[in-house]
Structures are given as C-alpha cells and as structure tokens.
Design a protein. Structure first.
Length: 147
C-alpha cells in the first residue's frame, strides 16, 4: 500500500483541529489506558492498521498487558476487563457503528448508572476523535511503521 498524500501538507488546519481535539481528550479524567483501549477498539472496528499500531504501542508504554490487547477485539468473551471497561467498550462499539441503529437505551442507561454524564460525554468525544483520525488515516493510506 502506498500513502496517497500527507493531508497535513495539503491543509495544515486539519491537523491543528485534530491536535486540539486530542488535547481535550488528554485533559479528561478517563484513565489513560482506558483511552487507549477506546482508540484501539474503534480502530479495529474501522480497520485502521496505522492507528492500531500506534495505540497498541502507546498502551504498552502505559503498562497495558499484551493479554488484554490481544483480547480487546472480543472483550465480552473474556474476564480480563472491569465492569467500567466493559461498559465503555460497549458504548465505544455502539458509537462507532452508529449507523446500525444508534445507541441502545439499555447501553446508555447502564453507562449512566456506572459512569455518570460527565464520563459518558468524555467517552463520546474520545470515540468521535479517534473515528475522525481513522477516517483520515484510512483515506490517505497512512502506513504503519515497522519496529
């Protein structure tokens, strides 16, 4: 696969806007490893190899285990994730696949009971931001770097 273009060279304002979104996400009280799990799961759903590569490395640096990283694509089938993480990952999947019926009331109310409105809002914006990055990376054929 060959990269199509460097979108930030064509329109620098795009990366400035995305960097501003990332800065907001970094200010959230969500655990840093949880933010990476969100980014990884969204990127898996969207098929963004560039972002999967980037965020699994970032998660490992934060102390995330390889076992959990291997299992995040089937988080509901493992005992490796806390109740809060499961709720967040479910919310993440529903938001990323929003065209398949939106967010179910049960998922929202379950999240509300455990996370509260502020954390739900933070999860939503984290999901929105990584979905945007995925669309940039996939459309430009950004190539993941080998170690």
């Amino acid at each position: 696969m060959k990269e199509r273009m460097k979108i930030n060279n064509a329109e620098p304002g795009i990366y400035q806007a995305m960097a501003a979104s990332d800065k907001v996400v970094e200010s959230f009280e969500l655990d840093a490893r949880l933010k990476e799990l969100i980014r990884i799961r969204v990127s898996q759903i969207n098929g963004c190899g560039y972002c999967i590569n980037t965020h699994t490395k970032d998660a490992l640096k934060l102390g995330e285990t390889t076992q959990r990283l291997f299992a995040v694509s089937a988080w509901w089938e493992t005992p490796f994730f806390t109740e809060e993480e499961q709720i967040v990952l479910n919310l993440t999947e529903q938001l990323t696949n929003i065209s398949e019926g939106g967010m179910e009331d049960e998922v929202y109310h379950n999240a509300l009971n455990v996370l509260g409105e502020k954390k739900i809002a933070q999860v939503i914006f984290t999901v929105v931001t990584i979905n945007s990055w995925n669309r940039i990376a996939i459309s430009m054929h950004m190539v993941a770097e080998k170690d």
